[in-house]
Design a protein around this ligand. Structure first.
Ligand code: G1P
Length: 325
């Protein structure tokens, strides 16, 4: 394997506004929302590091200081924990500081995922690199990124993670047209569409937020016109790369069959917390029996739902856009 083909860098776009989680994300980035007791973003950085990618570039935006602070030292907190002799918590605090070699660049205008990735060009240079989206958490017990890096090294191509989803959900994702290869979990991608209607989707293979991209993606992104939602879409750039395998190496998909948690949606976020907490040795033994009892109580209880927000005393509020990036 040529040296320039070894992936060492991970790029994590984290400039979204998190509108789906307002008001929680009014003054705090959505990536800092806790999943059990760690911010969602820490799972993603841990996954990159676990796959051998210690150089992490985060693409941030306004309001994202908490992200930088989380991966930096907090001398006052450390001192307090040392004084208390609380070594357990001190270890947790120091762990996120030492986790990776963190770098930050701001996106400026939020012009879409493709635009965010293009901001990584200077830092990445002419090497293949990984992109991890913070809304998807991949269970640390199931390898995905490592497998993608392996496929990238073997095929010298761009590799995306695919998940078979219910056709009713394909409109939430980039969808891929695929051809089989000689490997059971690898497909060749012949076309990609960003968030198609169910009727126009080429398949129910959805791109989940993991990519290993060849540096040619920067050249393509520079020429990619705004697409769906008026944004520069990474999916559109990948479509151009799939169409020009001669100079881009083509695009392959690794079909993921493991556990993935979507923390970008409120309901899925709640499910993710429960699913992850239940397997934790410090919480699972008490949570499991409680959850069973709670579920059985639910069956006979009459339901009385609570309003999402108390009535606004000052009149109607402005509707927010459904777009959450
Ligand atoms: C982005 C991509 C989409 C992909 C998805 C995975 O969409 O544009 O192709 O399927 O991430 O989570 P977003 O969810 O940011 O709107």
């Amino acid at each position: 394997m040529a040296n320039h083909d070894r992936v060492t860098k991970a790029v994590i776009p984290a400039a979204g506004l998190g509108t789906r989680f307002l008001p929680a994300t009014k003054a705090m980035p959505k990536e800092m929302l806790p999943v059990v007791d760690k911010p969602a973003i820490q799972y993603v950085v841990e996954e990159a590091v676990d796959a051998g990618l210690h150089d992490v570039l985060m693409i941030t935006g306004r309001n994202k200081n908490a992200l930088e602070n989380h991966f930096d030292r907090n001398a006052e907190l450390e001192e307090t924990l040392v004084k208390k002799g609380d070594t357990d918590r001190l270890e947790k605090v120091n762990y996120s500081t030492a986790l990776a070699d963190m770098h930050y660049v701001r996106q400026g205008d939020p012009k879409g995922l493709g635009h965010a990735v293009l901001r990584a060009k200077m830092h990445v240079g002419r090497e293949p690199f990984a992109v991890l989206l913070g809304d998807d958490i991949i269970d640390a017990r199931d390898d995905l990124l490592k497998r993608m890096l392996q496929v990238q090294a073997e095929r010298h191509a761009t590799v995306v993670a695919l998940l078979e989803v219910d056709p009713d959900s394909i409109h939430l994702y980039g969808a891929a047209a695929v051809e089989e290869t000689d490997e059971d979990d690898v497909v060749r991608i012949t076309g990609l569409v960003e968030k198609p209607d169910k009727e126009h989707a080429p398949s129910n293979y959805a791109i989940i937020g993991r990519y290993v991209l060849r540096p040619e993606v920067f050249d393509v992104l520079e020429r990619t016109e705004p697409g769906r939602g008026g944004e520069i879409q990474l999916t559109d750039a990948l479509q151009s790369m799939a169409e020009a395998p001669d100079w881009t190496g083509g695009v392959y998909g690794v079909v993921f069959r493991g556990r993935r948690y979507d923390t970008g949606d409120r309901l899925d976020y709640i499910k993710a917390i429960i699913r992850l907490a239940i397997d934790r040795e410090d919480l699972g033994p008490e949570l499991r029996p409680w959850l069973r009892e709670f579920a059985s109580e639910l069956e006979d209880e009459p339901v009385e739902f609570v309003e999402e927000m108390p009535a606004d005393p000052t009149g109607p509020i402005q509707t927010l856009s459904a777009r959450d990036n």
